[in-house]
Design a protein around this ligand. Sequence first.
Ligand SMILES: Cc1cc2nc3c(=O)[nH]c(=O)nc-3n(C[C@H](O)[C@H](O)[C@H](O)COP(=O)(O)OP(=O)(O)OC[C@H]3O[C@@H](n4cnc5c(N)ncnc54)[C@H](O)[C@@H]3O)c2cc1C
Length: 347
Amino acid sequence: MTQQKFLIVGAGVAGITLAKHLIDAGHHITLVDSGNNRSSAVAAGLINPMVFRRMTKSWRLDEFSPFAIDFYTNWEQACNTQFYHPITIRRMFSSEQERGYWLKKQSNPDYQDYLTEVNEEDETYSLAKNDFGTGRVKRSSFISPKEFLAKGKEWIEQNNTVRQEQVDYSVIDPESGTYKGVNYDGIVFCEGVEIRHNPWFNHVPINPTKGETLTIESSSITETESLNRKCFILPIGDGKFRVGATYVWETYEDELTEEGKNDLIEKIQVLTDEPFEVIGHHAGIRPTMLDRRPILGRHPDYPSLYVYNGLGTKGYMLAPLLSKEMADFILHETEVDKEVSLGRFSK
Ligand SMILES: Cc1cc2nc3c(=O)[nH]c(=O)nc-3n(C[C@H](O)[C@H](O)[C@H](O)COP(=O)(O)OP(=O)(O)OC[C@H]3O[C@@H](n4cnc5c(N)ncnc54)[C@H](O)[C@@H]3O)c2cc1C
C-alpha cells in the first residue's frame, strides 16, 4: 500500500476522529486548526441514545452507539487516559402523557436495550422534583471534551503533524490539492460553522444553532446519574455538574447572555430545589444542516477537496462511525449514503 498524505482543516471531533481512521489505515495526516473552536470544545459531550422530544431512538442509533463505545474506549486506552464515561440518564417525566409514551416505547422490543422499566424505585426518587415518575436510559455516556481533544491531538502528533494556524483559502490550489507548497492526496474540510467562508463548499445550507451551557457546583446534589427534564444536569465529578443546553437557531453570534444563563437556572429549578452555585458559563455554535443530517462528500470539480461537516447536536455520538465512512469514501471510493451525501445540495 502506498502511503497517502492528507490535510485536514479543523480539529474538532470531526477532524480528530477522521484523522484517527486515516492514520489507522496507514496514511499521513497534517491536522491544522485555527485554535478558535466553537463547538466540540464547548459541548457537554453527552451521548444520549434517545431524542426525548419525540421519544424515539436517535438516528441510526443501533449502528452509531456500539461503534462509538468501542472507538472511544479503545482510543482512550491507547492514549493512557480516560475521556469516555458511561452514565445513566434519568428522565423525569413532565406529565402523565409523557410517562405513558415511555411505557409504550419501553415495551417495544426495539427499545429494550435502551429504556428501563419504570419501577418503584423510579417512582419514589427523592432528590429531584418528581411529579410523574421517572425512567432510565441505558447505554448513555459522556465524553470529557477537553481531555478528548487534547489527548486525541497528542496521539495524532506522535507520528503525524498537528499545527495551529488559520488556513487561508487563497493559498490552496484546488486543482492540485496543494497548500503551502505541499501536494496532498486530499484536503478535507472539517470546519464546523466556518464552512460558510469556504469558497468551495459555502453553498451547503448550514443552519447554525447557538447553545449555552453552565457549570454548577453543589454539595447537596449528590447525583451520579444525569437528570433530564427541560435541561440536563450531568455530574462531571468533584460536586460539579454541566447543565444545558439552550437552542437559538440561525445565528453565528456566540456571546454569553444573561437570558441564556437565567433560562438554564430556571430549568434547574424545575428539577431540584437544592442550592447550587454557577461557576462557569459557556456558549458555542452547533454546525447543523438545514435538513438535520451530516454532510460527506467530494467537490464535483476539484476531486482533491472533500467536505465533512453537519454533525449538529450529536457530534460525539455520530463522529466515530461517520468518520470511518468518510475515510472509506476517501480511500476506497465507497459510496456515501444519499442521506448524508454532498450531492443532495447541488451547487
Ligand atoms: C453548547 C453546545 C453543547 C453541545 N452538547 C453536545 C453534547 O452534549 N453531545 C454531543 O454529541 N454534541 C454536543 N454538541 C454538538 C457538538 O459539539 C458538535 O456536533 C461537534 O462538536 C461538531 O464538531 P466539528 O468538528 O464538526 O466542528 P467544530 O467543533 O466546530 O470544529 C471545527 C474546527 O475547525 C476549525 N476551523 C474552521 N475553519 C478553519 C480554518 N480556515 N483554518 C483552520 N481551522 C479552521 C475551527 O477552529 C474548529 O476548531 C454541543 C454543541 C454546543 C454548541
